[in-house]
Design a protein around this ligand. Structure first.
Ligand code: AMP
Length: 394
């Protein structure tokens, strides 16, 4: 990687503003349900602590849109981090106010504090230079380790690195090197599994990967835009009518390049978009009116599994059905299990697939589960992420 990575000679005794992505999921009881993003940031945090930095962690959480909202506090993240690093992580009551300044000025070497949710300040998402200046004024140096937020042009991500000596953290380094390692030098056959709601979200990925992969496996809601483009009846399934031309172009492009594109031959359809709706299995090209495709069917699972059995590398973004609902999660879970038993190097990106892989109990069998959804998608599109671009090159 061509970015300057944080190193011990720079951090001792310094106030280090560390941008993390602690935008973690919570369960119904209000507890953090998946600590992966916090766990993956520990390498950089422990490194800074061990080397005597005064660590000031900042992160966003959900979308408070510039308004202080106690239900979107980073309190639980600070508590979780405290227990993981074995020392108190004091949480400031604000981001750049008196509380933050006072906590930062009382930090000793090797201590860690956390600022409140960056998005409580309107200047964060607006990439406001005055906000960036105030944030930067809290610290001597800046380290970005928030891979999951690197596709955003926000003040803490692209503004602050213009103002402080800046470094790349170990998580970003790992994400970039692991994902580009597979994209640039894949073990073959190289297969991309794409699901999720919309074709429009994945078009950039298809365009970038069409020259790299041997096959695309398509599932999820985007299936039905392709099926409709092929002239088939899709009943009430989700369909982007304005993207039918685009879907036809993709079908023609993959054919021209000799890249396989597998669509589900059957679907589990539901009467309504509801978790407990009446359901049945039908051919994907003959979905009756009044029904909508909500998961891939058993024959598709078999065909996709056979295709994946001998894969060398797999990148997977987007669930193959409405995997949040038990009734329509079979396709996503089955493919997760197949991949866990194969020798393929599998890279999983996006919250829904990561959650399914966790729930299926096969997370440890994956080669890499990215902490980024939108960020990993942008990476797969072959674009440079703005917050990584903002960090100095070696
Ligand atoms: P994305 O963020 O584009 O990866 O989309 C993820 C969302 O797609 C999840 O919330 C799924 O519930 C949804 N999804 C997957 N399959 C379908 C489908 N067949 N119909 C409607 N939504 C779907």
């Amino acid at each position: 990687m061509n970015k300057v990575i944080v190193n011990e000679s720079k951090v001792s005794g310094k106030k280090v503003l560390l941008r993390c992505d602690f935008n973690v999921p919570y369960d119904e009881s209000g507890e953090i349900s998946d600590t992966r993003r916090i766990d993956e940031s520990l390498k950089t945090i422990n490194f800074l602590v061990k080397n005597g930095a005064k660590v000031i962690i900042c992160s966003h959480f959900r979308r408070p849109h510039g308004v202080v909202n106690p239900s979107m506090s980073l309190k639980k993240a600070a508590e979780c981090l405290s227990s993981k690093i074995g020392q108190e992580v004091k949480l400031a009551k604000d981001v750049i106010g008196e509380s933050a300044k006072s906590i930062v000025s009382n930090l000793s070497n090797g201590e860690v504090c956390m600022l409140e949710n960056l998005r409580f300040e309107i200047g964060e998402e607006n990439n406001d230079i005055e906000f960036a200046k105030q944030l930067a004024s809290l610290a001597d140096i800046y380290v970005n380790d928030a891979f999951g937020a690197c596709h955003r042009e926000h003040a803490s991500l692209v503004g602050v690195p213009k103002l402080l000596p800046s470094y790349c953290g170990f998580l970003i380094k790992k994400e970039v090197e692991t994902i580009s390692g597979v994209l640039d030098n894949p073990k073959r056959p190289f297969i991309s599994i794409l699901g999720g709601a919309k074709v429009s979200d994945k078009i950039g990925v298809i365009e970038n990967l069409v020259d790299k992969v041997d096959a695309f496996i398509i599932g999820g809601g985007m299936t039905y835009t392709f099926m409709n483009a092929l002239g088939y009846g899709i009943g009430d399934s989700i369909c982007e009518k304005s993207k039918l031309g685009l879907a036809k172009d993709i079908l023609a492009l993959t054919k021209e390049k000799g890249v396989k594109l597998l669509l589900p031959v059957d679907s589990k359809v539901g009467r309504e978009y509801k978790c407990d709706t009446e359901s049945m299995i039908v051919d994907s090209d003959k979905i009756p009116e009044g029904w909508q495709g909500l998961d891939i069917g058993p024959r598709s699972i078999k065909i996709f599994s056979d295709e994946l059995a001998n894969a060398g590398s797999v990148v997977w973004n987007g669930p193959l059905g409405v995997s949040e609902w038990e009734n329509f999660a079979d396709g996503t879970f089955s493919i997760a299990r197949v991949l866990s038993e194969s020798n393929a190097k599998t890279i999983v990106g996006g919250g829904d697939v990561a959650a399914a892989v966790n729930k299926a109990g096969v997370a440890s069998k994956m080669y890499h589960i990215s902490t980024g959804g939108g960020a990993s998608l942008m990476f797969l599109e072959g674009k440079e992420l703005p917050a990584i671009a903002a960090l100095p090159n070696k």
